[in-house]
Design a protein around this ligand. Sequence first.
Ligand code: HEC
Length: 139
Amino acid sequence: MKLNHRNKIRIFFSLFLLFSVYTVVVAVSDTEKPENLPPISYNARKGKLLFQDYNCISCHQIYGLGGYMGPDLTNCYREKGEIVIRHFLKHGSPKMPNYKLSENEIDELTEYLEYIDKTGVYPVTNYKLNWYGTVESLN
Ligand code: HEC
């Protein structure tokens, strides 16, 4: 095909059309989220607010996002267990501040971390790349 003015315009409008269709598909398609997410309990919800108030994310990550001074907490509930979590929350460590949390706060934060553990896996080792550019976790 000779690239005369007419053909350039054809190519431009074909690409523009593809771009527009792709933009509409991306804009209207729903975000994929895991099915059968467990409902979040009242205590876990309070734990989430505490997690935000104490700014735990400044040192820790959830799903790999956050500060990098402490470890990722997505699956610490299943990997380290409740006793370790409670110990860190109650006493801190040489590297983690002791927030002097009440027993209730420790219960709520622990329940929040238990909930987070059920919602995903990090790091994701088994995944599928979708043709439209998103990545789906298969873990
Ligand atoms: C100043 C940074 C910092 C802040 C803020 C912080 N942590 Fe930590 N946390 C750490 C570090 C560092 C470790 C690893 C400690 C160690 O090995 O001594 C840790 C360990 C933990 C662990 C044990 C995890 C594991 O896999 O061993 C839990 C659970 C935890 N923190 C929860 C929290 C929660 C909940 C908050 C908010 C209330 C919080 N942390 C705030 C730095 C922090």
